[in-house]
Design a protein around this ligand. Structure first.
Ligand SMILES: [Zn+2]
Length: 478
């Protein structure tokens, strides 16, 4: 039901990312104002099918659109919204997000246009390079911790961890405060700070539920597993493929491997086992990382100061623009994008290496339902070739998963949710089952407050199903 809103009710409405991971896009309406949160695509789909359900909402009513971070499932339909719909609001993101967004999306245009050559209809392309360039200049940037006010909609960006530039937004309309986490992590890693808890309280919390009620192994164990698994594979002559999203978590894995290679230089160093980062974005994007060291954690800034050299200039990792220049002799380690093996470099290498039983495919990111990365974890006997789906390629290589996806686990999520203290919690960005389990766990955690003034309500709406929350009389405009 999308009838008239009462004057005191807040409406929440997902156009994407409701009971799924992918195409994040949420709408908030309160007192005649409309805010849109994120504008992603779904990585398991192509063309128009990858978009949020934009037809289900009048985008011309949106006042402000906030983009939490540069990942494609949160940002890649933005040029479509700005150039191909009746949207005419203002768009905001942090500085590093905007810097990386530019290169990522021009690569996205390239990859998706190649992917659609098999369609006779070129209109399947969501947008062009020109759309991207035209929309880019109209995107405004926001500094962390400074408040922006657009006609009575106030918002502040807080650090979210997760990837460079990622932000949580606290939005305030007429005294009502809503916190949107985007994707966030609470663990300090090698280069990023963990997510902050905003100092002022929120009435509504919109929070990711990627990992549901699952628990992560401690970071130190995961790093050890990762390096040992890779080390033993290359020692027996195998090749290691790490499918990674071009930017973000890949840099964290590179910091781990570069250090490990230096510590084991006798066996691995000096080109004995080369490590490659294969991405046509590598150089451009690394310069963005080098520029924004000041937004990272103390640990990496200290290394930067002490060594007078940039920690993102790796000693043991070389860049590959494409596979033409790659001579595949002997063991090697390859970080290649895209992270879910949908197409491109990582998919080509997968098809080349998966018949070899000594080889290893190591998944470190979150794999969305319907993608090759998710499928391969079922250890199928064969996989279809991307260029000719009639051809099945035998899969004999080892498949492992060690998560460095930088999303909170249940314990971290619960601790954060308790600190925020909102009485209304809306779950987004999770597959139905983990999200449903998280909802039950939260309700039982807060069961003592049931039927009191402080009762905590938890919602897990599907796409295009609105949640209406009444705030009668409790809010006074400041
Ligand atoms: Zn993300």
């Amino acid at each position: 039901d999308r009838g008239q809103l009462s004057k005191t009710s807040l409406r929440f409405y997902s156009l994407g990312g409701g009971n799924e991971v992918g195409r994040s896009c949420h709408i908030l309406q309160y007192k005649g104002k409309t805010v849109m949160l994120d504008a992603g695509v779904h990585p398991a789909h192509q063309g128009l099918a990858s978009l949020p359900f934009y037809d289900e909402f009048d985008l011309s009513t949106v006042d402000v659109l906030l983009i939490s971070h540069f990942h494609l499932d949160h940002a890649a339909s933005l040029p479509y919204v700005m150039q191909r719909t009746n949207f005419r609001g203002r768009v905001f993101m942090t500085h590093p997000t905007k810097a990386i967004y530019r290169w990522l999306l021009s690569d996205f245009v390239k990859v998706t246009s190649i992917g659609s050559t098999s369609f006779s209809d070129k209109d399947e392309n969501l947008y062009t390079d020109e759309d991207l360039a035209e929309s880019f200049d109209r995107i405004e940037t926001i500094d962390f911790h400074s408040t922006i006010d657009v006609n009575g909609i106030k918002f502040v960006a807080f650090h979210a961890g997760h990837v460079l530039g990622a932000a949580m937004f606290q939005v305030e309309i007429a005294g009502l405060k809503v916190l949107f986490t985007g994707d966030y992590s609470r663990e300090t890693d090698r280069h990023l700070n963990s997510a902050e808890v905003p100092t002022s309280s929120s009435d509504v919390l919109i929070v990711e539920s990627t990992f549901g009620t699952a628990t992560h192994e401690p970071r130190i164990n995961r790093e050890k597993k990762l390096t040992q698994l890779i080390h033993s594979t290359v020692m027996r002559g195998g090749r290691v493929l790490l499918p990674v999203f071009a930017l973000g978590r890949a840099q964290e894995i590179m910091l781990i491997l570069d250090e490990y290679w230096s510590q084991h230089a006798d066996e691995l160093g000096n080109g004995q086992v080369p490590v490659f980062y294969a991405s046509n974005l590598a150089k451009k994007c690394m310069s963005v990382f080098q520029t924004y060291v000041n937004m990272m954690n103390d640990d990496i800034r200290k290394k930067f100061r002490d060594s007078q050299s940039n920690p993102f200039i790796f000693k043991n990792i070389s860049y590959l623009k494409n596979l033409d220049e790659f001579q595949d002799f002997g063991p090697s380690v390859m970080l290649a994008s895209p992270g879910m093996l949908q197409n491109g470099l990582s998919r080509d290498l997968l098809e080349k290496w998966c018949p070899g039983e000594k080889n290893l495919v190591l998944i470190t990111g979150y794999s969305v339902e319907g993608t090759m990365a998710k499928f391969i974890m079922l250890e199928p006997d064969t996989i279809p070739s991307i260029n000719n789906p009639e051809i099945n390629i035998p899969r004999r290589c080892q498949i492992e998963e060690i998560s460095f996806a930088a999303h909170v686990d249940f314990r971290e999520n619960l601790e954060f949710i308790e600190k925020v203290g909102a009485r209304n919690i809306i779950l987004v960005h999770g597959e139905s089952n983990p999200m449903g389990r998280l909802k039950s766990a939260l309700l039982s955690n807060f069961s003592a407050l049931k039927n009191t003034e402080d009762e905590v309500r938890v919602f897990n709406p599907r796409n295009c199903i609105s949640v209406d929350l009444e705030f009668k009389g409790v809010k006074v405009a400041k």
